[in-house]
Design a protein around this ligand. Sequence first.
Ligand code: MN
Length: 424
Amino acid sequence: MFLEKYSIEKHNEVSLKDHQRRFSFISSEVSNTENILKKLIDFQVAIPSWALGTGGTRFARFAGGGEPRSLEEKIEDIGLLHALNRSSGAISLHIPWDIPSNASHIKALAAQNGLRFDAMNSNTFQDQPDQELSYKFGSMQHVNKEVRKQAIDHNIEVIKYGIELGSESLTVWLSDGSCFPGQLNFRKAFQNTLESLQEVYAALPESWKMFVEYKAFEPNFYSTTVGDWGQSLLYATKLGPKAYTLVDLGHHLPNANIEQIVALLLMEQKLGGFHFNDSKYGDDDLTVGSIKPYQLFLIFNELVEGMDARGMNHATDLGWMIDASHNVKDPLEDLLQSVEAIMITYAQALLVDRKKLVAAQQENDVVTAQEILQQAFRTDVRALVAEARLRSGGALHPLAVFRGEKIREQLIKARGAKTVATGL
Ligand SMILES: [Mn+2]
């Protein structure tokens, strides 16, 4: 046990008075505090198994100590995060890195840690050691039917593992595309990909969703076969009602208006899920909220508005996941920061005065519209988020407890200083 419940309580006691002062101030400023707290308590962000190790770059990987060496240890790490912030109650697995050798044991371990299994992720962007055919020139788009079949079979296998664990969705991200003009026929690449996805779709259980993730570029640098939300929506629409578009914040061309994309996908009932991260240049995989917090707020503002317009449950009707992995921070500290940034931004979006905003829009009062949004964005909601954590048994200051209890040092002691987590 790396973290006992009483250690969290001990830390909370020390900062309780200070917290209560801050919380009573924000409660006096905000009218619907209880309603917001309930939404914050319900909101859970899935942690991907590949974010628990220090991420690599194209140039090097500097592994930190005490990284999880197995699926069991990955679950243990996410259990630690969830114990601290009570908002990381789900895990997203990547096959083949996380193949459960004993599904019922893994399921039980996750349940002990209060975790459920979020979307399963397939991997046809790399060749595995025992793999017969190469994905060098694509997987589902490939000119060779046998390669496409191998990719389809892999995805169906991922669904099978997901069923064993109680997951209910499959995320397909394809690196398929081309690096040079003339390398492939765009139309044929799309058709091959669609037909491959259709076979995977046919293998989905009734209650499952399929998320089609898009990305503008990288690893292919001329064209990507699922390159933007239009292409993803085209696939999802052709596939059927169980297929949705998945938005990864880092997968757009610079300065794309992601909040508008989100609004329209929600309108079409085709937004399935979200991958949170932040970036300055491309798919940088930086900590959520570290570079463009206002953009994140504008996105959450559209998410809340769009979900409310459809009467959706914020916590359960979309898939929420972090997708980031970089190489200078302790991965667990980084994830605590990311989840905190998401919760803060969600709380701010809940503060937006919708009635006044609609009225301002109706009157073309541009100044008031901006004031309403920025009033919410500039409100310090940290005490609200901390109160939600406190009420659900978490830590007022998760990072302080992580450091105070020397959790990384304990992990290094238990697992070794030279461990390297499987993943990116
Ligand atoms: Mn992603």
